[in-house]
Design a protein around this ligand. Structure first.
Ligand SMILES: Cc1ncc(COP(=O)(O)O)c(C=O)c1O
Length: 430
């Protein structure tokens, strides 16, 4: 890395000695700035090795919805650690996983009844795609292997998931033409787009397994918002053309957009839903792919070939399931959705002045997500560093500066975040 030979006595030994052995995410290792050494977290704060505290504006990629080191989750994980950290899920079952499956299906709308656990969002998407293709195979329909996905979408970094990302904005442009070919088109956000999608589905439905979308907010592909109407149209189109509908709620699930799940805002039940990120309150890796009875029934057979042949080694990890159950307790006991509504109001108020700043294309807020879209960001690295100078952790990408903090962030801390955004955008640091 550019600066990793720099001598800095303040850096801890583990950092100096380990850095040259690590490969970082989404980073050109030759030119990427060094990562910040973190020694602790608490509430909405990240503590650096030199003692500085940063207010976290993005809750560790949107996972830590209750803030860091939440005591109820910690205690649940500690209890589980003493009893049983992990057992394989093949031929064995345990209380935390079965309780979590029951609770998730009770929370989700409609008859999303069967939970398949995995260990990351991308794998949850892979499982959803495999389920969708095999749903048709099990029903005797061969050749239905194509997915319809949407411009601006992002669904993960594994091969199958990459292939349904926006080819340009979904981070995988280099792989264009090398991945399985799917249909990436416009969301039905206007009558014209809806008619075009209807025509496309009519033409191609024999080859299509499912439509896949991030409902209400397309996250890593550019923090783009659409209305609940779009989801109702997608449900109607999927039904009309007899296709499955997959909602990827890995970002939007667990309150982020203002309702427990984004699909609730539209009154729409998908055939398959994927969850991860805030599922464990940001403590441990866990994901779930949940299918309706209609999907599950296509696998229910005396024929072993109709089984879903999938089983990640660490699926339904007991520690992660205990954390997820504790996270659901907090959603039940504490006013999380009210906190999201308060964050939404504050973000709308405090980011509004950015609208009139030069280089600002759009300011938008939904739930606990605040976005300032710029015409361009010239030097992403410099902008990220300037946020650290303001004692906040904000990680702009593309031409997007956004906040997606813990729901428990206090108003003063949120104001520090919005002040930093307004200051740096206003100064034209980008
Ligand atoms: C909507 C969506 N789907 C899938 C993923 C992939 O999840 P993971 O990074 O856990 O593999 C992400 C991650 O940002 C996401 O936002």
């Amino acid at each position: 890395m550019a600066e990793n030979t720099r001598k800095n006595e303040a850096l801890p030994g583990w950092y100096a000695e380990g850095l040259s052995h690590i490969w970082l995410p989404y980073a050109q290792m030759k030119t990427a700035p060094d990562p910040l050494p973190v020694v602790r977290t608490h509430s909405a704060r990240i503590v650096l090795a030199d003692g500085r505290e940063l207010i976290d504006g993005i809750a560790s990629w949107w996972t830590a919805c209750h803030g860091y080191n939440q005591p109820h989750i910690r205690q649940a994980v500690e209890r589980q650690l003493a009893a049983m950290p992990h057992v394989m899920f093949g031929g064995l079952a345990h209380e935390q996983a079965l309780t979590l499956a029951r609770r998730l299906t009770a929370l989700l709308p409609g008859d999303l009844e069967r939970v398949f656990f995995s260990d990351s969002g991308s794998v949850a998407v892979e499982v959803a795609m495999k389920m969708a293709v095999q749903y048709w195979l099990n029903r005797g329909a061969r050749g239905k292997t194509t997915f319809v996905a949407f411009k601006g979408g992002y669904h993960g970094d594994t091969t199958g998931a990459m292939a349904v990302c926006d080819p340009n904005e979904g981070m995988h442009a280099l792989f264009a033409g090398l991945l399985p070919q799917h249909i990436i088109t416009d969301l039905p956000d206007t009558e014209e787009h809806a008619a075009a999608l209807d025509a496309l589905l009519a033409r191609e439905s024999e080859t299509i397994a499912a439509l896949i979308v991030e409902p209400l907010v397309q996250g890593a592909g550019g923090m783009k918002f659409h209305d609940a109407d779009v989801l109702r149209r997608l449900r109607a189109l999927a039904d009309r053309h007899d296709l499955l509908l997959i909602f990827d709620e890995i970002f939007t699930g667990f309150g982020r957009t203002g309702t427990m799940f984004a699909c609730e805002a539209a009154g729409v039940t998908p055939d398959i839903i994927t969850l991860s990120k805030a599922l464990t309150g940001g403590t441990l890796p866990l994901a779930a792919t949940i299918a309706t009875s209609k999907v599950f029934d296509a696998f229910w057979s005396d024929d072993p070939n109709k089984a879903l042949m999938h089983g990640p080694t660490f699926m339904a990890n007991a520690l992660a399931c205990a954390a997820a159950n504790a996270s659901l307790d907090l959603f039940e006991r504490e006013p999380r959705l009210d906190q999201v509504a308060a964050i939404e109001r504050q973000l709308a108020l405090e980011l509004a002045p950015c609208r009139s700043m030069p280089n600002v294309k759009d300011v938008r807020v939904r739930g606990a997500i605040g976005v300032v879209e710029l015409a361009h960001i010239g030097n992403l690295g410099a902008l990220r560093r300037r946020f650290v100078d303001e004692d906040v952790f904000v990680r702009p990408f593309g031409n997007i500066v956004y906040l997606a903090p813990a729901f428990t962030i206090v108003p003063d801390e949120l104001s520090q975040l919005t002040r930093a955004v307004a200051k740096l955008v206003g100064q034209g640091v980008a």
